[in-house]
Design a binder for this molecule. Sequence first.
Ligand SMILES: Nc1ncnc2c1ncn2[C@@H]1O[C@H](COP(=O)(O)OP(=O)(O)OP(=O)(O)O)[C@@H](O)[C@H]1O
Ligand SMILES: O=P(O)(O)OC[C@H]1O[C@H](OP(=O)(O)OP(=O)(O)O)[C@H](O)[C@@H]1O
Ligand SMILES: [Mg+2]
Length: 315
Amino acid sequence: MDLVNHLEGRLLFAVPKSKFPPAAMTHQGRLQQATLDLLSGSDVQFRRETRLDIALVKNLPIALIFLPAADIPTFVGEGRVDLGITGRDQVAEHDATLPRGETSGVEEIMDLGFGGCKLQVQVPEKGDITEAKQLIGRNVVTSFTALSEAFFSKLEGTKDGDKPQTKLKYVGGSVEAACALGVADGIVDLVESGETMKAAGLKAIDTVVESTAVLVKSRGSNSDLLNLITSRIRGVITAQRFVLCQYNIPRAQLETASKITPGKRAPTITALEEENWVAVSSMVEKKRIATVMDELIKVGASDILVLNIANSRTD
Ligand SMILES: Nc1ncnc2c1ncn2[C@@H]1O[C@H](COP(=O)(O)OP(=O)(O)OP(=O)(O)O)[C@@H](O)[C@H]1O
Ligand SMILES: O=P(O)(O)OC[C@H]1O[C@H](OP(=O)(O)OP(=O)(O)O)[C@H](O)[C@@H]1O
Ligand SMILES: [Mg+2]
């Protein structure tokens, strides 16, 4: 089947594609895997034929286009695809390449919470460089040349539009090898756990940007289907971020407890058979739940239950 001829009338959605085959994925393809989980939670059903970068969605007029994360802002920005998922760092890099005054064609719809990392300036651990300033005029290797250029221009105080003295060279991957190979005095590369940096004998001395994965749309793209898919994705992301916290509390303590669990809009309060007691149910951010439970106990709550949310629609 010639898939390209079946794209007509479909919403085009760019999904990050891993350089590695699924069998080789350990921590590789993290953006692709998290995106596929998100699509499955949003009931976007498709089958991707091996080696094909286009997949037609069976139950919605959508086509998924698998593209490298770094290329997605270009396709979205030029309006070739309507929606996309990529790193905020990639969007920032794309925007930094635009001529001054030109508005980006890429519009962020929402933060997706996964793919967290920092783009950092790194130098050999054992060397004498401890500040980014010491790299001025020297060789720096990166996959993010536009963001690095902006970073060093600012550091050097160069006039608007002028190139920095720092010599920036582009490489597409394995950036961390550049110092050991003598190609660079420093690099600008992504750090998450810091393992790659440590293994390469490097240390971070500054941060260019922090990033997480984002859902983006082409400026001007708008349709009921785009809003529907956005709302489904938001529901899944909210469900992943929150848990439902239920507890019983004496009515006299309700006001204090409600401050601890204000919920997304407001907590749900139900009367209990036992006089002067109420049951409260409220959404709480997962990362805060342990502290919230500690505080609830302190103000007299009992029977605290925490439930996972399979899906949600709160907007
Ligand atoms: N180690 C990491 N931890 C978290 N997020 C990362 C990490 N490396 C990259 N990212 C995020 O993923 C985006 C894409 O990175 P990259 O192009 O390396 O794809 P990937 O998801 O790592 O897939 P692969 O390397 O398998 O092709 C980056 O721009 C960044 O936003
Ligand atoms: O701090 P860490 O947890 O070690 O993660 C950082 C590493 O992850 C990314 O590379 P990736 O493994 O995706 O390989 P790639 O450069 O081939 O994309 C990134 O470019 C760093 O090298
Ligand atoms: Mg990678």
